[in-house]
Design a protein. Structure first.
Length: 123
């Protein structure tokens, strides 16, 4: 990591997006096989998300959440399930670094979105 960007603490640039965070690896050291597989399969989508404008993922999630709450039936439920899946994926990736309170909060948020999705599906 002797590039000018790395020396300035920006991390290496990949394509057009923002610089990648500093560090040598996306993976948790000493992780189990299951965790390693999940991290490897998530690396490409995470890099793609990182290269998008910073406003795009929250806006897409907000649109899905609003649509899920506003549209009754299976269509609204499907939008909410997508939100829950994204939140669950991010929770699983950050799980090793979280304290118990953070883990409980993430589980509760995913569960709450799924409960609302079930309610929307039955409306």
């Amino acid at each position: 990591m002797n590039s000018p960007q790395a020396r300035r603490g920006q991390g290496p640039r990949r394509g057009k997006g923002r610089p990648l965070p500093r560090g040598d690896s996306f993976y948790t050291p000493g992780a189990s096989d299951t965790r390693s597989r999940m991290e490897r399969s998530s690396a490409r989508p995470l890099v793609w998300l990182h290269q998008q404008p910073t406003w795009l993922p929250p806006v897409v999630l907000a649109v899905l959440l609003i649509a899920g709450l506003a549209v009754p039936g299976w269509l609204g439920a499907a939008a909410l399930v997508l939100v829950a899946a994204f939140l669950g994926w991010l929770a699983a990736l950050t799980w090793p670094r979280l304290a118990t309170g953070g883990r409980l909060l993430r589980l509760a948020s995913v569960a709450a979105v799924l409960v609302v999705a079930i309610i929307q599906a039955t409306r």
